[in-house]
Write a protein that binds this ligand. Structure first.
Ligand SMILES: [Ca+2]
Ligand SMILES: [Ca+2]
Ligand SMILES: [Zn+2]
Length: 342
């Protein structure tokens, strides 16, 4: 894969706009996509690192698999050699689009619609959806997974996954594959404000580790974060106390077998802008407790009434502090509304 250019100065950003306007096909694509990636990531992740919240949305949306999203950085999982459809929506009629991929094969059955066939090798690939009439880009991280049939008993390449329960309903069918996590890809931004490392299971092990990550939970977290900031609070990300859990780990901590965490479709989150690994006092009452979580809960709960949000419907549950953790909010996507308070 091409080396990415991260620390570009303003001069190069200007060049990158020119590249996009000229039409990417005129350039060596390696050169073009380094610049384009740098641009899309700069506008979001660099702002995040500087402590400035920017929603990280493009001026158009992209539908991949289950969800249409305008976030500039998106993530999908795909099994080796299988295909995914990508379709641009919510764009003005004058808008023109081009796609760049760093591997795999691309077909364009319709205007604003593409099919990308993933390579056979499990790795992280990228698909850049570039608006060519004005500079605007969505980068899709396409993780080609290690397929589930490569499990050796409870283990995948030495990492203990455990056993998935027999699926009682379709949303509990076993994952088709696992994203391989290495020290090199831990810092990949899987959405504008979240990195792959935040979702890795807490079980102790060496590398590689494996993760299942449902795109809708990433979108849901980003939308809650966006509304949280719009409501006058400030956070550049949420701390993720628990993201993906292997069935092995989930069982070890005594959790219910059908927890959405085991499908990479849940996250336990709190706000920690001061970085002390404990929920911040966001309601300003001098205490850091479940009433601060309730602020987050109310924001996420209000979203559930909105039409565009229905794909993200799921569970919300508040938890108070105990000896092992501070207060947090459980968020999941399970297709039906569930609420609980502790
Ligand atoms: Ca804190
Ligand atoms: Ca408080
Ligand atoms: Zn949870």
């Amino acid at each position: 894969m091409k080396k990415r250019v991260r620390a570009l100065g303003p001069l190069v950003i200007t060049v990158s706009s020119t590249v996009v306007l000229c039409g990417s096909t005129l350039l060596a694509w390696g050169e073009a996509h380094d610049l384009v990636t740098a641009r899309a990531e700069r506008e979001t992740t660099d702002a995040t690192l500087l402590g400035i919240y920017n929603p990280g949305r493009a001026g158009f949306a992209l539908r991949t698999a289950s969800v249409a999203s305008s976030f500039r950085i998106q993530t999908v999982s795909v099994t080796p050699g299988s295909s995914i459809a990508l379709r641009v929506s919510n764009a003005p009629s004058r808008a023109r689009f081009d796609l760049i991929v760093d591997a795999g094969t691309l077909s364009r059955p319709k205007d604003r619609s593409w099919t990308w066939r993933a390579p056979d090798k499990s790795a992280l690939y990228r698909v850049w959806v570039i608006r060519t009439d004005v500079p605007d880009t969505i980068v899709v991280n396409a993780f080609v997974t290690v397929p589930t049939d490569r499990l050796d008993g409870e283990y995948l390449n030495g990492y203990r996954i455990g056993r998935y329960p027999k699926p009682p309903r379709p949303i509990y069918r076993h994952p088709e594959g696992f994203i391989e996590v290495t020290p090199q890809n831990l810092d990949v931004w899987v959405s504008p404000h979240f990195q792959l490392r935040q979702f890795v299971c807490k079980q102790r092990s060496g590398y590689p580790k494996y993760v299942v990550l449902e795109p809708t939970i990433l979108n849901k977290l980003e939308i809650i974060l966006e509304r949280f900031n719009a409501a006058g609070y400030h956070a550049n990300s949420f701390k993720v106390l628990s993201g993906y859990r292997t069935p092995h780990y989930n069982q070890a901590i005594g959790n219910v077998a059908l927890s959405r965490h085991v499908w990479g479709a849940a996250a336990d989150i709190f706000v920690d802008e001061d970085g002390e690994d404990y929920m911040d006092d966001i309601n300003g009452d001098g205490r850091r407790d479940i009433s601060d979580i309730r602020v987050l809960y109310d924001i996420a709960n209000e979203l559930a009434t909105e039409a565009d949000y229905q794909v993200f419907v799921g569970g919300l549950g508040t938890y108070g502090a105990n000896s092992r953790h501070g207060p947090y909010l459980h968020v999941d996507v399970r297709g039906r509304r569930v609420r609980w308070w502790r």
